[in-house]
Design a protein around this ligand. Structure first.
Ligand SMILES: [Zn+2]
Ligand SMILES: [Zn+2]
Length: 189
């Protein structure tokens, strides 16, 4: 993209934001920039943070030390070093996540990336590559974008590392994760 293109794009966006101010995805309150959320909805988000299992990220009721593992991970360590979730999936964030995944709200990617950075900055610091979980090609055709791919591209840019969107390949089309319990989601994957 040339400098002129970038300037034009910025001007058109500024004009559109003045004419139709972006709205909070959760409560429809007008907001300054297309971050997705107003400040009060942003504050309602429940972030996951320490103390938690060093491997699977499950929360501990109290601090049990550095790199502590939960009972399940102590019995059988998962085949990865760290897994982290940014948010507790509840009423505060559900609308935003579903709009991003299924409602073509790809403009929410910057806000979601920032949320992922809160617990995940230390992982990104030592990452050599960032790779998204791929969609099955039939789902990619119907959705038209891989929501995880957009996030991984942004994370790679922030972490000054490489995004490798085709590192993994999904060979089976699985059922939707929507409406399934935690155990059901695990079985599905
Ligand atoms: Zn709001
Ligand atoms: Zn664990």
């Amino acid at each position: 993209m040339t400098r002129l293109h970038r300037m034009l794009k910025k001007s058109v966006k500024a004009l559109a934001d003045n004419l139709w101010p972006p709205l909070c995805i959760s409560c429809d309150f007008p907001i300054q920039d297309s971050n997705g959320l107003c400040s009060s909805c942003w504050a309602r988000m429940r972030y996951l943070s320490a103390p938690q299992c060093y491997a699977c990220g499950v929360l501990f009721p109290f601090d049990v030390g550095v790199q502590a593992l939960c009972v399940a991970c102590t019995r059988s360590h998962p085949p990865y070093e760290n897994a982290l979730s940014a948010l507790i999936y509840d009423d505060a964030c559900r609308g935003m996540i579903l709009a991003y995944k299924h409602g073509y709200r790809t403009d929410l990617a910057p806000a979601l990336t920032r949320m992922m950075m809160r617990p995940g900055a230390f992982l990104l610091e030592r990452a050599e590559i960032v790779a998204p979980i791929p969609l099955h090609w039939t789902r990619l055709m119907s959705r038209r974008y891989n929501q995880a791919g957009l996030l991984s591209n942004r994370l790679a840019k922030i972490g000054r590392t490489r995004s490798v969107p085709d590192l993994l390949m999904r060979t089976k089309r699985m059922g939707s994760q929507g409406g399934k319990s935690s155990a059901g989601r695990r079985r599905n994957v």
